[in-house]
Design a protein around this ligand. Structure first.
Ligand SMILES: C[S@@+](CC[C@H](N)C(=O)[O-])C[C@H]1O[C@@H](n2cnc3c(N)ncnc32)[C@H](O)[C@@H]1O
Length: 248
């Protein structure tokens, strides 16, 4: 697979559709890469969730899967397990320091590639546009769409990239609708505020969680619209949603 359009190692082309907000996000995740890595791999229940997300990609041995906003690479070993030694795993993220951790984690696999790039301008070409089939068999994005300016637009692009018969899987945290929601949602709100770059408007929004919920709803809703078969499940007291779709 030929990848194009990703940034050079010095990150000099790091202009993305999100503009300044993206630069803030890169600085934030870069600064907290070590702590984020710990949370991404050691939070109770996260291993099961990542495995389920990889399963929802419906991968077969030899397939190609792309993870958008792969962060420190916590999903990559599960994706590698699903595609086997003949398959290809590509992790894309725009934050240099988190990618260094992802590279270190996957250094033992020669078919896992970690590249710096923009998830909203995915560097994955459609090999056979006439047949409507993308080069990637599946795209996974966990805890990413809430950071994008146009989450539904990004999901559209990802669906186009995998083409008919491919899979797109989203995992995100949003407010719970369960009966114990008030307590769970109060904790969730604190996590959202603390995990949002302090220089972004979202952190000081009177209701950052409502804005985040809107983005998550838009992204998961668009994936359902674009899919002929949908799998949906919730985890962590209803806060975490996993939606997987087979693209029409
Ligand atoms: C909350 S972290 C999630 C990381 C990983 N998916 C996980 O589940 O641990 C969000 C990641 O998305 C990346 N990200 C956000 N917007 C992006 C964009 N437009 N292009 C590439 N990466 C992006 C950030 O750099 C960060 O590493």
């Amino acid at each position: 697979m030929t990848l194009h359009g990703f940034y050079g190692p010095d990150g000099t082309e790091s202009k993305t559709k999100g503009g300044g907000a993206d630069e803030d996000a890169q600085a934030f995740y870069g600064r907290w890469a070590a702590l984020y890595d710990l949370l991404a791999r050691r939070t109770p229940g996260i291993t099961t969730l990542r495995r389920r997300a990889a399963n929802a990609c419906r991968l077969e041995a030899g397939d190609t899967v792309v993870e958008m906003g792969c962060g420190t690479g916590a999903n990559l070993p599960y994706l590698r397990e699903a595609v086997g030694p003949e398959g290809t795993v590509i992790g894309i993220d725009f934050t240099g320091p988190v990618l260094e951790r992802a590279r270190a984690l996957t250094a033992g696999y020669d078919n896992v590639h970690v590249v710096r790039g923009d998830a909203t301008a995915p560097p994955i070409p459609e090999e056979d546009e006439a047949a409507g089939q993308g080069e990637a068999d599946a795209i996974l994005a966990t805890f990413v769409v809430g950071m994008l300016a146009d989450p539904a637009g990004a999901v559209d692009d990802w669906c186009d990239a995998v083409g008919s018969g491919g899979h797109v899987v989203l995992v995100n945290a949003a407010r719970s609708a369960e009966r114990y929601a008030p307590l769970v949602n109060a904790v969730f709100r604190a996590v959202v505020v603390l995990s949002t770059p302090p220089t972004t408007k979202l952190r000081y929004d009177p209701d950052p969680v409502r804005r985040l919920d809107g983005k998550i709803d838009a992204a998961h809703g668009r994936l359902r619209e674009r899919s002929s078969a949908v799998a949906h499940e919730t985890h962590a007291f209803g806060v975490v949603r996993l939606t997987g779709g087979r693209i029409e």
